[in-house]
Design a protein. Structure first.
Ligand SMILES: [Zn+2]
Ligand SMILES: [Zn+2]
Length: 268
């Protein structure tokens, strides 16, 4: 996959509470967004798409929940891949009790709203509401494409919505079907946490948001971080199509990302 191609390529290696990891590539530069699965799995799933883990240019981290950072220390210190995130999130990673490999040399602190460059990517982090001290999404531009990614968020905010409307491609959370969650076996405190404005996005909330900010230039929408217990791809697509069905323009291509396996890379 590391040939020069015209468009950015996107590949989800894993998506959900058991681990998140997304790969993008442009003009021969490859980067990861989050590293919440084992290094072994990252290596293998990258190899399956002809990418050598040693050729990665960086990892962008969204927040310090374990399903996003499990392998970040190893990638940073053992594989010497620069790890980009806000200072608050980088500090949070090193304070995480489950992360034994801390980050020392390869931390790259970034500021919210300030664009920075990795190879041919221009990247801006923006804040989203989630139950960590800080959680960010990324707006990523290349010469021919752009991507909005927000994997864990309780609600949309104005700054994030601005990037959502600008982007040609979107990765956004569709975590749960509200009825499945309410009738499911999760304890009440957990249900309340998930339902709150700094928890996770329900299918109908994601649908509403896409309807509200709909753009005719959207090419692909990838739904990420589906709950194993409280969601299924059919529920996501039914809900989204119902909401976007009323929009006058042609629909973008809708993709539901699998929780524990990689997808075939898609040119975006
Ligand atoms: Zn998560
Ligand atoms: Zn999270």
């Amino acid at each position: 996959m590391q040939n020069i191609q015209k468009h950015m390529r996107f590949c989800s290696l894993a998506s959900g509470s058991s681990g998140n990891c997304y790969y993008i590539e442009d003009s021969g530069y490859g980067i990861l967004i989050d590293a919440g699965i084992s290094t072994k799995n990252i290596k293998k799933r990258l190899k399956d798409i002809d990418v050598d883990i040693n050729r990665l240019w960086g990892v962008l981290v969204t927040h310090n929940h374990y399903d996003h950072v499990a392998s970040v220390g190893t990638l940073g210190e053992i594989y010497c891949i620069p790890i980009y995130s806000t200072q608050k999130i980088l500090t949070g990673i090193n304070e995480h009790h489950k992360i034994t490999q801390k980050l020392y040399q390869n931390k790259r602190p970034i500021n919210l709203g300030e664009a920075f460059q990795i190879g041919s990517f221009t990247i801006t982090a923006f804040k989203v509401e989630h139950d960590t001290p800080e959680c960010v999404g990324y707006y990523i531009e290349t010469a021919n494409s752009s991507l909005f990614i927000a994997t864990d968020l309780g609600q949309m905010n104005d700054v994030a919505a601005n990037y959502l409307t600008k982007a040609q491609n979107i990765v956004i959370e569709a975590n749960y079907d509200e009825e499945m969650l309410l009738n499911g076996k999760y304890p009440l405190f957990l249900k309340q946490r998930i339902l709150s404005n700094c928890g996770h996005m329900a299918n109908h909330k994601t649908a509403q948001c896409l309807q509200q900010y709909f753009q005719a230039h959207w090419k692909n929408i990838f739904f990420c971080h589906l709950s194993k217990e409280n969601n299924c791809p059919d529920a996501v697509l039914t809900c989204i199509k119902k909401a976007l069905g009323t929009t006058p323009n042609a629909l973008p291509i809708l993709h539901v990302l699998p929780r524990t396996s990689a997808i075939n890379p898609i040119e975006i």
